[in-house]
Design a protein around this ligand. Structure first.
Ligand SMILES: [Fe+2]
Ligand SMILES: [Fe+2]
Length: 263
């Protein structure tokens, strides 16, 4: 038997992307064989550890320094896919971090994030293999790190993590992916379109998991989901939500009518 939270921390520390993906897949298989236990009481800490484990490249730059990507060159399209690969790499890390860092949650919480980790590993592989087929590799371009920065900013409180990572940052992905998909559609890149459809479908589930556990924590502390979200967004300096919003996907991901009407 292996313990899920300890193992998630170990995998989070792995620097090589392929090795990390392989270990996530292996962990999920072992879980399906019934050989994983969850210890919500385990006291783990990251003192002296540098999180997340990541390869030396890509070089990280501030979001505003990311060059505009042109769809009329192979390099431009590859760099857009590379940005996506980096987001998926960080998404593997954020799922693993949600598992090891926060104790005292119901077992289902940890299993939900294990599923997210496995799906993010799949997304990373899809994008990475496609980039490779175009003659590029993960690490070739620069990348920005805003997703992981929000993970770091919310490491002191699980309610802030659920509010601001899945149901803010990943939910922004629900809005953004259809637009990116349409840019690839215009240049008739059917493989990229296929990959983006898979990602969009799975991400609805990830935001849904964030919504479920955010609402669970609000109920437990008798807090209003709406005012709590507003306060957390201010306190943790969440990015402002900007239209267009993917209302359908957001509804499927479990945002309430009231939340949708406030967008
Ligand atoms: Fe993903
Ligand atoms: Fe995700």
């Amino acid at each position: 038997m292996i313990e899920l939270r300890q193992t998630a921390l170990e995998i989070l520390l792995i620097t090589d992307a392929q090795t990390k993906v392989g270990r996530v897949n292996q962990l999920f298989e072992v879980y399906q064989l019934g050989e994983v236990v969850v210890d919500p009481e385990a006291l783990l800490d990251d003192q002296g550890l540098e999180l997340p484990g990541r390869p030396q490249k890509p070089e990280l730059i501030p979001p505003l320094q990311v060059p505009k990507r042109k769809m009329d060159t192979l390099e431009g399209r590859a760099s857009l896919l590379h940005a996506l690969a980096h987001i998926e790499f960080n998404a593997i890390n954020l799922a693993l971090d949600a598992i090891w860092r926060f104790g005292q949650m119901p077992e289902q919480y940890y299993l939900d994030w294990l599923r997210v980790a496995k799906e993010e590993a799949y997304h990373f592989s899809l994008v990475n293999e496609y980039i490779a087929s175009l003659g590029f590799a993960y690490g070739h371009f620069q990348a920005h790190n805003s997703l992981w920065e929000m993970v770091e900013r919310t490491q002191d409180a699980i309610i802030a993590r659920m509010a601001l990572v899945p149901r803010t940052m990943e939910a922004r992905g629900l809005d953004a992916v259809p637009m990116i998909r349409d840019r690839f559609k215009q240049v008739k890149d059917t493989r990229a379109v296929e990959i983006l459809e898979i990602i969009l479908h799975d991400e609805i589930g990830h935001v849904g998991i964030g919504n479920y556990w955010f609402n669970y924590l609000c109920d437990q502390q008798q807090l209003s989901a709406i005012t709590t979200y507003k306060e957390l967004a201010r306190q943790y300096r969440a990015p402002k939500l900007k239209p267009p919003f993917n209302m359908d996907a957001r509804r499927q991901a479990g945002f309430s009518d009231e939340e949708l009407s406030l967008l």
